[in-house]
Design a protein around this ligand. Structure first.
Ligand code: XLS
Ligand code: NI
Ligand code: NI
Length: 435
């Protein structure tokens, strides 16, 4: 087998003073930070779709990368792509990967053809995983590219499309189970609408609730112990998507009784499209016990779409990693690079630059966030801000021991509350001491 990345890798940790652009300066997999190795904190995954499949095309022009295996419209090409994929994963030192069914194999014309192709490919993938030790973070079914899904998959007005999507998900869920995947993701790219003029929102939400309940039922039936994750995104490709943000998905899960079964895969650029910071989405998901895994990337503040760039701000990531550490980590989730190089980055080595830099940004952010927590001043500020709720009337109000009338009577006789500074600038400066 000839190498696609000759002369590159394995990427090694070389320390902060290294001038080698293809070495890690901060990501040192076995280094212990806040009680776990960096490898265990992150569980980094390479995504198949951007890194192996996307040819460098955009709305105005075709692919620029010219990689023969990228078309992958035959099984043989898909197998060639698999070789390149595992060469990349191992040279980079990424312990995990993620895929859609269509990324790894052509699905063919019928459900049955797709099932048998995926089955065959899963054998090859299993062999590669065994040879290399690279593991599967999650699998997913692409329910948004094929024209049959133009009006959605689970939320399609045509029940036959719902059924087809169910057939696709069943197969990928089973393949994910067989490959030892630790999660299964549902991203509803077209589960929404382009215009309300032809849409029954309530009906579509009931369909989606039913669909996800079926997936959960099947997960238990086959003994899959991984987590089912929904990946919120407010729009793109549809004008409005039902899994808009963490809050919308939390409400949806509770309405359909799924809140104990399904968690969230939170993506940076989806958070920003929804008008939130990433750390807001993380903090909200964690507050509801729903934080499962993350898709790592960044948007462009001047562009209003999912540009899926590699992260490069240690300051931003410190706040994100802080939230993850405070939530106790991601458990069997991980950091999946749902990120792509730019269309002009046409050399294979550019794939390494993207991932190596991003892993270093995350590692540096972990060091900063861990130091911020270790120092304690930052956490103590917020704890102190809420201290009143831990005792006396505050504790009693929260515990439901006082009625509205009791509270009102006590407030009428108490001294007027005194406003207290929120100290935002002080806190911003404090965080920056650790970045
Ligand atoms: C698209 C999504 C997609 C999911 C997987 O915006 O991020 O890549 O992660 O279907
Ligand atoms: Ni994603
Ligand atoms: Ni995305």
């Amino acid at each position: 087998m000839s190498e696609f990345f000759p002369g590159i890798g394995p990427i090694q940790y070389a320390g902060p003073d290294s001038r080698n652009p293809l070495a890690f300066r901060y990501y040192d997999p076995k280094r212990v930070v806040a009680g776990k190795t960096m490898e265990e904190h992150f569980r980094f995954a390479v995504c198949y779709w951007h890194t192996l499949c996307w040819p460098g095309s955009d709305m105005f022009g075709p692919g620029t990368f010219h990689r023969h295996w990228q078309a992958a419209d035959t099984f043989e090409m898909a197998a060639a792509k698999l070789d390149v994929a595992f060469e990349f994963f191992t040279k980079l030192g990424a312990p995990f990967f993620c895929f859609h069914d269509v990324d790894v194999v052509p699905l063919g014309e019928t459900l049955r053809e797709g099932w048998s192709n995926l089955d065959r490919m899963a054998d090859l993938i299993a062999g590669k995983m065994q040879q290399t030790g690279v593991k599967l973070l999650w699998g997913t079914a692409n329910l948004f590219s094929h024209p049959r899904y133009l009006a959605g998959a689970a939320t399609n007005p045509d029940p036959a499309v719902f059924a087809y999507a169910a057939g696709q998900v069943k197969q990928v869920l089973e393949a994910t189970h067989r490959l030892g995947g630790t999660n299964y993701v549902l991203w509803g790219g077209r589960e929404g609408y382009d215009t309300l003029l032809n849409t029954n929102i309530g009906h579509e939400l009931d369909q989606l609730g039913r669909f996800i309940s079926l997936v959960v039922e099947h997960k238990h039936k086959i003994g899959f112990t991984g987590t089912i994750l929904i990946e919120p995104k407010p729009c793109e490709p549809t004008k409005h998507q039902y899994d808009y943000d963490s809050a919308a998905v939390a409400g949806f899960l509770r309405k359909y009784g799924l809140e104990k079964e399904v968690k969230l895969n939170v993506e940076v650029n989806h958070a920003t499209l929804a008008g939130h910071t990433f750390e807001h989405e993380l903090a909200f998901a964690a507050s509801q016990g729903l934080l499962g895994s993350i898709d790592v990337n960044r948007g462009d503040p001047q562009n209003g779409w999912d540009t899926d760039q590699f992260p490069n701000s240690v300051a931003d990531w410190t706040l994100a990693v802080y939230q993850i550490l405070k939530a106790g980590g991601l458990g069997n989730g991980g950091f999946n690079f749902d990120a792509k190089i730019r269309r002009q980055s046409i050399d294979p080595v550019d794939l390494f630059h993207g991932h190596v830099g991003a892993m270093d940004v995350c590692a540096r952010a972990l060091l900063a966030a861990a130091a911020l927590i270790e120092d304690g001043t930052f956490d103590a500020f917020t704890a102190n801000r809420y201290a009143g709720w831990g005792k006396g009337a505050g504790a009693d109000m929260l515990a439901g021991k006082l009625s509205l009338a009791d509270i009102a009577a006590a407030a009428a006789d108490a001294p007027a509350p005194t406003p207290v500074s929120g100290r935002q600038e002080y806190l911003e400066n404090l965080v920056n001491r650790f970045v």
